[in-house]
Each structure stands twice: as structure tokens, then as C-alpha cells.
Ligand binder design. Structure first.
Ligand SMILES: Cc1cc2nc3c(=O)[nH]c(=O)nc-3n(C[C@H](O)[C@H](O)[C@H](O)COP(=O)(O)O)c2cc1C
Length: 214
């Protein structure tokens, strides 16, 4: 199937949403957790988390348009300047999925989605106890993306929690042993299976077997 821009625009809304949301491939499955200034906790599934830099250790994620909807995650981060990012473990995919429901501001998704708040030193935002890999972050900046009416929130890692058996001596985090999941679109969850790893790609080390001039 080949779809042009105008054919994409003319698709049924749900079909278009599903195609465009899945077409980029597997996205990381994370729960972003916050607490309002009044002490109401919030946890929301986000598939747009992205690594921005290692030094300083910066992570970003995209929040959807504000417009008509209340955005508790965004508001809480603006108020408290902190948040946590927690990998979705395969045992909590259903719980994680339903955090996307529009609960009232005064209601915590932790209480209705079977997830447990956990607090670590020097971080006011809650972590998700059921997640094995988690990060505590402090807010650094937010950037408006005008063309999509979305906002990228940038945070700096203050705490990193990774079980010892998941992190290798060189720092590589084995996501398949961690049982972290990937997301396609807005409702499909995938297991992550390690396939292979390769050394840092230097031009002189590219295998000659693909050289079309040889
Ligand atoms: C699989 C999946 C991925 C999602 N990813 C994002 C995302 O990256 N950014 C976002 O703003 N909303 C995303 N959502 C929607 C939010 O989880 C949902 O709007 C949630 O209610 C936001 O909570 P809040 O209003 O408490 O911030 C996603 C929903 C699902 C089901």
C-alpha cells in the first residue's frame, strides 16, 4: 500500500490515527509520575520519551496539545519542577494502559490502576514501585513545537534505579532481561527480545562484504 499526503488526510480519523501513530516503529513504554502542589499524585503512560544527552543526562518527552484538555502531568511539572519516568514492566501493561483514561484532577491513577507509589530520597515525585527501571528527574525546560501544538519537556536525571542483574559492567542496560515493553500506536504492547550488538561503527570497520565496488 502506498498512501499520499492527501489520501492520509482523507482517511477515517481512527484509521489515520492508528497508522500514523504506529508507523515510526516501536516506542519505549514508560509511566511518567508527578505530584501536584496540593499533594495529588498522577501517573500517565507516555510513549514519547527520548534520550537527549548523556552529560548532562537529559531526557525529554512530548506532551500533547493543551487546548481543550487539562494536562495534569504538564501542570504538575510546572508547579513542582520534578517528575519520574518508570519503565513499563510486562506484568503491568494493562495497568499502564488504563492510566491514559481521563481521571479527574483530584483522583490519583495510582489508586484506580493498581499501581503503587514509592518514594526515594531527594525526589518529591512518586516512583512506580512495580517498575524495575526508573529515573527521578528535575525539570530543565520546555519547548513548544508549533507545527504539532505539542510541548517537549526536558528533565535532568537526578536518580537512576536499575537492578544490578540488568546492568552490564560496560553500562549496557539489558531491556529484555528487564522485561521492559515497547509500544506501537496507542494500544499495542510488545516484548523486547535482544538480537545482537555491534562495536562502535568506524568507517574502517564496516564489513567489506557489502562493498559494491569490490
Ligand atoms: C500507549 C499510549 C501512549 C501515550 N503516549 C503519550 C505521550 O507520549 N504524550 C502524551 O501527552 N500523551 C500520551 N498518551 C496519552 C496520555 O497517557 C493521556 O492523555 C493521559 O491521560 C495524560 O495524563 P495527564 O492529563 O494526567 O497528564 C499516551 C496514551 C497511550 C495509551
Amino acid at each position: 500500500m502506498v498512501l499520499t499526503k492527501s489520501e492520509i488526510q482523507n482517511l477515517d480519523k481512527v484509521r489515520r490515527l492508528n497508522i500514523v501513530n504506529s508507523i515510526t516503529g516501536i516506542k519505549p513504554g514508560n509511566l511518567v509520575a508527578t505530584k501536584s502542589i496540593d499533594g495529588v499524585t498522577n501517573v500517565a503512560i507516555m510513549s514519547s520519551v527520548v534520550h537527549l544527552s548523556s552529560n548532562p543526562a537529559l531526557i525529554g518527552f512530548i506532551t500533547r496539545p493543551h487546548g481543550d484538555y487539562r494536562r495534569d502531568t504538564f501542570n504538575n511539572i510546572m508547579e513542582t519542577k520534578c517528575f519520574t519516568i518508570n519503565h513499563i514492566h510486562k506484568n503491568i501493561i494493562e495497568n499502564a494502559h488504563f492510566t491514559s483514561a481521563k481521571f479527574e484532577q483530584a483522583i490519583s491513577e495510582f489508586d484506580f490502576c493498581g499501581l503503587t507509589e514509592e518514594y526515594l530520597e531527594n525526589q518529591n515525585a512518586p516512583f512506580v514501585k512495580e517498575s524495575s527501571i526508573k529515573m527521578g528527574l528535575s525539570y530543565r525546560e520546555h519547548i513548544s513545537i508549533k507545527s504539532s501544538n505539542t510541548t517537549m519537556i526536558v528533565g535532568e536525571i537526578e536518580q537512576l534505579v536499575v537492578p544490578d542483574d540488568i546492568i552490564q559492567p560496560n553500562g549496557y542496560v539489558d531491556l529484555s532481561t528487564a522485561d521492559s515493553v515497547g509500544i506501537s500506536g496507542l494500544n499495542s504492547y510488545y516484548d523486547l527480545k535482544f538480537l545482537n550488538s555491534f562495536p562502535y561503527a568506524r568507517v574502517e570497520n564496516v564489513p567489506s562484504k557489502w562493498d559494491k565496488n569490490a
